[in-house]
Every structure is written in C-alpha cells, then in structure tokens.
Design a protein around this ligand. Structure first.
Ligand code: AMP
Length: 359
C-alpha cells in the first residue's frame, strides 16, 4: 500500500505548539474517548472532544468523563480543517480505532497536530503484509497463510481484503468445504486457529524507569479482554456451520461488546516475551511503537499463542477497566489505559522528553 507520511509541518514545529503550556488532551468522541477524557481529567489536563455534528447527548450522563469543550465538524473528513485551532489550543491528539478508521490512516498520519505515539506505526499496521513481516520477524507465531488451497490440512478462515467488522469471512472445516466458497473479491486463506481468544492490553513507555525492562524503556500489562462477536458467538445454537452455509446464513465477527478475562498466570511470561519482542522489532523497523497496543490472538490447547492481529493504539476492550484491572491494580490501583496515556504525557513534559512520546 502506498502510504504518504508527509505532514506539512515538521515534528519540531508541531511540538512547539506545546511550549510552556499545559497541553490539552483531545480525541474524537467515540470508541474509548470517555476513558481517555476521564484519565486526562484525573491527571489534571484540560480536554477537547471532537464531534461530528452537535455534541453527543449521552456525554451529559457521564460528568466525570465529559470533555471540557467540544469542537464540532460536519464530517470526520473535515477534521484536518481544525488543525490550526487544535494547535492554538495546545492539543495532543490521542488516536483510537474509530478515529484512525473514520479519517483513514493516511489522512490521520498527515494531521499537523501533535499525536500521542509514533504515527509511523500506522503504515505498518494498516498494511496486512507489512504487519505480518513485522510480527513474524519479531519471532511471533501467526496463523498460517495458504497460498495454495491444496496445502490445506485443517479448518480455515477466508478473509476478504479490508473486511470491516469481521463481515464477509468464510469458515471451512476442511479443504473440501472450501468448494462452497465463491469469491467476490481478493481474499486470503488463513488457518482457523482452534483455542481461546485473548486480547492483551499492553503499554510501552520509552521513558519509564523500573518495571519489566526492555532494551529501552518498560513494558506494562494493563488489562485483558475477550470480544463479544455477533453472530458467531451464538451461531452454534442453530446447528453446524456447514448446515448454515447451505441455508445462506453466514458467520460474522462484528464486535458488540467485551468481557474481562485473565490469563493462566504461568502463561504470562510468554505474553510478555512476545510483546517485548514486537516492541523491540518496532524500534528497529520504524523508531518504535509508543504507548498502548493490543495483541490479539488465540491460545491453543498446546499453549501456543498465535497472534492474528495487533492494534497499535488504545483498544475499546480497555473500557472495561476505567477503574483498574486485575493487572493494572498491581501497578497502581485505579490505573486505566486512558489515565496511563495522560500520565505518560505528564512525565514526558516534566522531564523534557515530549518528543519521545509524541509525533
Ligand atoms: P480480524 O478482523 O482479523 O480482527 O478478526 C475478527 C475475528 O475473527 C477475531 O476476533 C476472531 O474471533 C476471528 N479470527 C480472525 N482470525 C482468526 C483465525 N486465524 N483463527 C480463528 N479465529 C480468527
């Protein structure tokens, strides 16, 4: 994928908008924004909620998470017109899944406002091939990709390129069942990994001291969830997937919510080692992935963790842990990922290291 990273202003000029002032934490009102505003407020930062049309009414229901100010745009695509104003307000944009998806990773990466984390990561995460190169070169196991269907030896999941919200996936129990698949666009055939899913919420700080050390900085585990996915989670009640395919019912993997989980304690070293290698490889490849990221994978019955995706920013599953998780409570009670982001900004500011956590 052709990815133009160019912003109009240099990183130094963008960051100069924060000189000598308390930054404002800004994000798009969606996804995990309540948590981000809540965390920023606890850490003493003013907040701006960017909204499409009038401010969303449901924010009034959550006074501790309502941003101090709303900035409205007619559509998300108009957001780049706000950049001068956001810099004048000393804003730091916190990316989340909806923010990047609605605007598009390329347009997001070109915003002339300081962004929390390294925006270069977007070019690696949004291109599935580059993502695989990154993770596999970090020694992480991913589900096998089948170039030739003849090689298929077990269940597979067929994904169309850019399939949104897990719609349009096709499941086949074996090679023969794939005969029922009639593609309508470019796709990849992936090993369907049998096991249990875990979505692990990590945070990498290049400036923290102590804790679980990497070559530079520290790695924290702030929580873990499993996604509720419709309709796949309840589909079994209607019969076998094969029967259903014949009736035209298709499995979908649309995320509708999240449930908290913890990992068997003896598997935690494996999780940290994989996440640590991914961070260290990101430093070699593109200068490092800073802040929250999520490893999304399946633990097999042989206790092998196969990663099918990485999200390189705050994920919505962290919303479960606005007042802390079984993991973050062991770092500091009440530490959400949103609050951890604000804490990183505060620490970077007082130590003169903002350039290492913003881009
Ligand atoms: P994705 O769009 O790649 O994040 O996948 C959406 C959902 O599909 C995941 O949350 C899993 O439930 C499921 N999934 C994706 N890839 C695999 C795989 N290789 N094996 C089993 N389940 C998968």
């Amino acid at each position: 994928m052709f990815f133009r990273m160019g912003t109009t202003l240099s990183a130094e000029t963008r960051l100069a908008s924060l000189n000598g002032r308390v930054p404002t934490i800004a994000t798009l009102c969606s996804h995990s924004s309540l948590q981000i505003f809540h965390g920023a407020r606890i850490e003493g930062f003013p907040t701006i909620g960017i909204c499409v049309g009038p401010p969303p009414k449901f924010y009034d229901a959550f006074p501790l998470a309502r941003p101090d100010e709303f900035l409205s745009v007619p559509t998300v695509k108009d957001l780049p017109q706000l950049t001068d104003q956001l810099r004048d307000d000393g804003a730091i944009l916190v990316p989340h899944g909806s923010f990047v998806e609605y605007l598009g990773p390329e347009a997001f990466s070109r915003l002339d406002v300081p962004v929390f984390g390294n925006r270069a990561v977007l070019g690696w995460e949004s291109d599935r091939r580059k993502e695989r190169d990154w993770l596999e070169s970090a020694g992480v196991t991913m589900p096998r990709l089948y170039e030739d269907p003849k090689e298929i030896t077990g269940p597979v999941i067929v994904k169309y390129y850019g399939a949104k919200g897990g719609k349009g996936f096709f499941l086949a129990k074996n090679r023969e069942a794939l005969d029922d698949f009639h593609p309508t666009g470019p796709y990849v055939i992936q090993e369907y990994v049998l096991g249990t899913r875990y979505y692990m919420h990590f945070f990498y700080s290049p400036i923290a001291e102590g804790g679980y050390r990497l070559r530079d900085g520290s790695l924290e585990l702030l929580g873990m969830d499993r996604r509720d996915e419709a309709n796949i989670d309840e589909l079994y009640k209607l019969g076998s997937a094969e029967e259903l395919h014949r009736t035209g019912l298709r499995p979908t993997f649309v995320v509708t919510g999240n449930v908290p989980v913890v990992l068997r304690e003896s598997l935690l070293p494996k999780a940290f080692e994989a996440a640590g290698r991914i961070v260290e490889r990101s430093i070699e490849l593109f200068g490092g992935m800073v802040g929250p990221f999520c490893l999304e994978g399946i633990m097999t019955e042989d206790l092998e963790f196969k990663v099918f995706e990485i999200s390189t920013r705050i994920v919505a599953g962290t919303n479960l842990f606005i007042s802390g998780s079984p993991y973050s409570d062991l770092i500091e009670p009440g530490l959400s990922t949103g609050r951890r982001i604000a804490r990183e900004v505060a620490h970077a500011r007082t130590t003169g290291r903002l350039a290492e956590v913003l881009s």
